[in-house]
Write a protein that binds this ligand. Structure first.
Ligand code: AMP
Ligand code: MG
Length: 466
């Protein structure tokens, strides 16, 4: 018997079954403490929610492009918040930055030297002009008198040009009696404006300096500081719930008992979420029971985005989709790709949920392709995808795969070309195929083989989205 679950048909389950008991039960259809399989579910009181998910019409395998488009169509940037300037690194600016001032705010000297009238720099009777030094002006101060014909003032880099002067000559082109000299000889004629940085040369008042949507890096922070933005309006970072699933999954510090594996996905995803600019909330691992999943999802819906791993395939214990149907909706759950065919996308309440496959490589790759762009869109970025490059696949990809195949590879620039080497066994459980990979080769659908030396498109994971 197969059950079709909708949000109007809540699960029935055995209230006496405990989470503790489930933890130590072998997943087997026979022997003591066995977990019931679908065939054993009878009548109206099924045990522990082990349903087979019934495909709805229209919920079938879709292309990577369609999946991405449909996911992103459901995502909008989060609301604006204001953060102190030093904390704004990595956020996306939520407003255009328009300067209220000229930068620099006053004409100032680009050199240590003397401020004078340019006409006084012309040689007289073939001799360097001899001018009286009336004082000096240092950076941070203003002159208390003007430069008049026949005089000069000592000036430091960044100091405001004193009134009357229209040029600055650097100290190396003068001759004087030292730092306190009361006279100076001008060894070279200089034009008006020489070594003077005019007010507003960099930015003028009213100028739009940074656009909304700009990612704030150290250089933008420098510009914001120049303009006096002590606090910066940015798009809030999403909080992302990360939920592992599976009775077999134990935490990293726990001993490995028979049949168990460690939870690598949640830690990998936590790091990847943080790297994408969001705040991860690792919620541990739900057992393969509706009760356990429901409990975890109660917590998860406090976040802006939920990412699960495992439990979205067609197995008897793959219940994430059932919970999505019960508490929200599934938009799709299968993508024509490898690794990572079972990827579910939908909502729990109003919170988007991306259900990634359990195999660690599939989880990692599908996060890069779908999870990271979601986070970037929530953060207000407009560039959501890594650039692609044509690369020469030196070792080729001989395995014929009918689905779109994303092959982990290391790409380097050599002899004027990008050269790719695949990272070995491409099984979706082979975590070491992720190590040293900085690119995903895109092998088109339909069993394409890439011969050694052929060119392929690669998603350059370590190139910023642009
Ligand atoms: P599932 O999609 O739940 O059937 O899981 C597919 C495979 O991924 C199984 O071999 C699981 O044991 C493995 N797996 C599921 N969750 C995790 C996890 N959090 N960390 C490591 N492996 C996992
Ligand atoms: Mg599982």
């Amino acid at each position: 018997m197969t059950f079709c679950l909708t949000r109007h048909q809540p699960f029935g389950y055995n209230l006496t079954a405990t989470i503790e008991a489930a933890l130590y039960e072998p997943r087997s259809s026979s022997g003591p403490g066995h977990r019931p399989f679908k065939a054993e579910i009878t009548g109206s009181n099924p045990v522990r929610g082990t349903y087979n998910f019934l495909e709805k019409p229209g919920i079938s395998m879709i292309s990577v492009e369609e999946a991405l488009e449909r996911i992103l169509a459901e995502i909008t940037p989060l609301i604006v918040t204001v953060v102190p300037l030093p904390e704004s690194l990595g956020y996306v600016l939520a407003e255009d930055v328009i300067s209220q001032e000229d930068i620099p705010p006053f004409a100032n000297s680009a050199m240590d030297g003397f401020a004078l009238l340019s006409q006084d720099s012309q040689p007289q009777d073939g001799k360097p002009p001899h001018l009286r030094v009336t004082g000096g002006v240092a950076a941070g101060y203003v002159a208390d008198h003007a430069v008049v014909p026949g005089t000069a003032m000592r000036i430091m880099t960044g100091a405001p040009v004193p009134p009357g002067a229209d040029t600055v000559i650097q100290v190396e082109l003068t001759h004087s009696d030292g730092p306190t000299s009361e006279w100076v000889e001008i060894m070279q004629a200089v034009d008006p404006g020489n070594n003077i940085r005019p007010a507003g040369e960099d930015i003028h008042r009213g100028q739009k300096v940074l656009l909304r949507g700009t990612e704030i890096g150290p250089w933008e922070i420098g510009v914001l500081a120049t303009l006096g933005w002590a606090n910066v309006p940015v798009i809030r970072r999403p909080r992302v719930a990360i939920l592992g699933t599976g009775d077999e999954v134990v935490d990293v510090h726990e001993p490995l008992r028979p049949g168990k594996i460690r939870n690598s996905n949640s830690y990998l995803l936590e790091a990847a979420v943080r790297q994408a600019g969001a705040e991860p909330q690792r919620l541990g691992v739900a057992l393969d029971t509706v009760e356990s999943l429901r409990e975890k999802f109660t917590e998860a819906i406090q976040c802006d985005f939920i990412i699960t791993s495992g439990g979205v395939s067609v197995g008897e214990f793959d219940l994430v989709k059932n919970i999505m149907t019960e508490q929200g909706e599934i938009h799709f759950w299968r993508i024509n790709m490898r690794p990572g065919k079972p990827v579910a996308f939908g909502h729990i309440g109003t919170v988007p949920l991306l259900g990634l496959p359990g195999n660690p490589v599939s989880a990692a790759v599908t996060f890069e392709l779908f999870g990271r762009p979601v986070i970037r869109k929530m953060l207000g970025h407009t560039h959501l995808l890594h650039p692609q490059a044509d690369v020469v696949v030196e070792d080729g990809v001989s395995e014929r795969v009918m689905r779109r195949h994303y092959v982990r590879a290391h790409v380097e620039w050599r002899d004027g070309r990008f050269i790719a080497h695949t990272t070995g066994n491409q099984g979706s459980n082979i975590m070491t195929s992720l190590l040293n990979a900085n690119a995903l080769l895109i092998v088109p659908e339909g069993g394409t083989v890439i011969q050694p030396g052929d060119t392929a498109k690669a998603i350059m994971l370590d190139w910023p989205e642009g």
